[in-house]
Write a protein that binds this ligand. Structure first.
Ligand SMILES: [Zn+2]
Length: 78
């Protein structure tokens, strides 16, 4: 699997990966994208998308999250 632990999968810049404590979900803290989670299934899919599609997936995840929660990108958003 393509797993770039130190690179933001959305903006492709250096980011910090946090352990979410969940086996199938990775959490990133990115200077541009903020803090978000992405499932490993979604991560494998999103790496092949163009930058606009990646940003759109993150925007969708942020729109549907409750205040104070961390946006999670899953395969339904990609
Ligand atoms: Zn980013």
């Amino acid at each position: 699997m393509n797993w770039h632990s130190d690179t933001c999968p959305i903006s492709d810049e250096p980011a910090q990966e946090e352990l979410s404590g969940m086996e199938d979900i990775a959490e990133f803290i990115c200077p541009s994208c903020g803090r978000f989670r992405i499932t490993r299934t979604a991560l494998a899919m999103i790496l092949h998308r163009d930058p606009e599609a990646k940003e759109f997936a993150l925007t969708q995840a942020k729109m549907r999250v409750e205040a104070g929660e961390i946006p999670t990108i899953d395969s339904s958003l990609i």
